[in-house]
Design a protein around this ligand. Structure first.
Ligand SMILES: [Zn+2]
Length: 312
């Protein structure tokens, strides 16, 4: 059994416990979201499948090499492509998500015309390049550079890409009783999307959180109140280590940090609305000092806009 770090071109593998690995995506290489490999005794569980088939292929190969076991289950935390576009590499496997996530995956991710998809992605790449040429803010430049590199990999992968949907759905909680460990798939609600599930190892106190917990990144928000409620429920679990959806490993304190961010954002927009500020004035608010190093293109501005629409 390997220990420490194993290198792949797409991700860094971190051993969290015997048979539990976090695959932390390398930035700009076409993996994008973080994944996980969990050996449950006779077989292996994969958490999220990256954003390109190439990255997912390497994940599966490595999972089977290091455990000497086959992959039996895959969990999709939510429908976003950077966590599900590698599904096609696991077509022969049981792919699990919530019912809502499966429906969203079907409605929003289906590629009907690959040529059109290629063209649209190319347009987006051109927009990113144009913006990068003019941008002076170093944090935003970094975000643009990473996004540009990732999207080039996505663009290259489109001819090969096939959208594969989950084939087993659950609502709130599904427990896999493996030979050597118990794995829980839980969904306490949404916030980042309408349905955000996570993988919890109660014995090891480890959680693979998908995009409900992020490191050094403005969280894309679907609904801030749902996000807050979800995080509060999650914070009641006995968790020590968290694999975030993006970024490096964190501890439970990251949940408090995310809650502070969401509460502060709500309070800020709420006060501004009470004072009669317009959307334009609200969108001009600076990113607070404590989140000034967080990446994400227009991350804070987009969240001000989302919360404005919620509270208005
Ligand atoms: Zn996401």
């Amino acid at each position: 059994m390997p220990t420490g770090k194993i290198k792949s071109s797409y991700f860094t593998l971190e051993t969290l416990a015997d048979g539990v690995y976090a695959a932390i995506a390398k930035k700009g290489e076409g993996a994008m979201g973080n994944s996980g490999i969990i050996d449950i005794g006779k077989e292996v569980v994969i958490f999220d499948t990256f954003t390109t088939p190439n990255a997912a292929r390497e994940l599966r190969q490595l999972a089977e090499d290091i455990t000497q076991k086959g992959v039996k289950y895959v969990l999709n935390s939510h429908y976003h492509g950077d966590h599900t576009f590698g599904n096609q590499i696991f077509e022969d496997v049981i792919i699990i998500s919530t019912t809502k996530t499966r429906n969203l995956h079907m409605d929003k991710n289906m590629i009907l015309d690959p040529n059109k998809e290629m063209e649209e992605t190319k347009k987006y790449l051109n927009q990113l390049e144009a913006r990068l040429e003019e941008e002076l803010n170093p944090i935003l430049r970094t975000s643009l550079e990473i996004q540009l590199k990732e999207m080039k990999k996505v663009h290259e992968s489109i001819p090969e890409l096939q959208i594969v949907l989950p084939n087993l759905t659950f609502e709130n909680r599904l427990v896999l009783h493996g030979e050597t460990r118990t794995v829980e798939f839980c969904c306490f609600g949404g916030g980042h999307t309408p349905s955000d599930a996570f993988l919890y190892l109660p014995e090891e106190k480890i959680a693979f959180m998908g995009d409900i917990v992020l490191e050094n990144l403005h969280p894309p928000i679907y609904n801030s109140q749902e996000f807050i409620n979800n995080l509060i429920k999650i914070s009641e679990l006995d968790i020590q280590r968290i694999v975030p959806g993006h970024g490096n490993l964190v501890t439970k304190s990251q949940i408090d940090l995310m809650l502070d961010y969401l509460h502060q954002l709500n309070a800020k927009v709420g006060h501004a609305l009470e004072k009669g500020n317009t959307l334009e004035q609200i969108l001009a608010f600076e990113t607070p000092e404590e989140y000034s190093t967080w990446t994400g293109i227009d991350g804070y501005k987009r969240n001000l806009n989302t919360v404005y629409n919620e509270l208005r």
